[in-house]
Design a protein. Structure first.
Length: 46
């Protein structure tokens, strides 16, 4: 493939943006699973 006409700054911006948004999505999806690992007040005996 020829590299003529490829805007490397735009490609870097889009790659970085996709990575950040993907990371936020992974954290948002993991929150419910992590919160189920914490014991409830009833389990603690409180």
């Amino acid at each position: 493939m020829s590299e003529d006409g490829i805007d490397k700054d735009r490609r870097r911006f889009l790659t970085t943006t996709a990575t950040v948004i993907g990371g936020v999505g992974v954290v948002a999806a993991a929150i419910p699973f992590v919160s189920t690992l914490l014991p409830s007040e009833r389990t603690k005996g409180g």
